[in-house]
Design a protein around this ligand. Structure first.
Ligand SMILES: [Zn+2]
Length: 87
């Protein structure tokens, strides 16, 4: 059995612009900043409705405490996610 070149050409021609769309916009890319791990001082995962980032009360936003170096409450970020607007 021989491969007919004209059939291959037809197969190519039967895809009008099917692969012409840009494949650059891939959903589900990983935003590095929005996915940081929860720290012990966090009251909710980052991005939770009704919460917001606040300055870590333990280190005052520096991310460092004198006794231990990196602040364990915020894990050195200087910020914690806390509930806002509520009681
Ligand atoms: Zn802290």
């Amino acid at each position: 059995m021989t491969t007919d070149p004209s059939q291959q050409a037809q197969t190519d021609a039967q895809q009008p612009g099917a692969s012409d769309q840009p494949a650059g916009a891939a959903p589900g890319s990983s935003p590095s900043t929005a996915q940081r791990q929860m720290a012990p001082g966090d009251e909710a995962p980052p991005g939770t409705p009704g919460t917001g980032e606040d300055v870590c009360p333990q280190c005052g936003g520096t991310g460092q405490v004198a006794e231990q170096g990196r602040c364990p409450n915020c894990q050195g970020t200087g910020k914690v996610t806390v509930g806002i607007g509520g009681a």
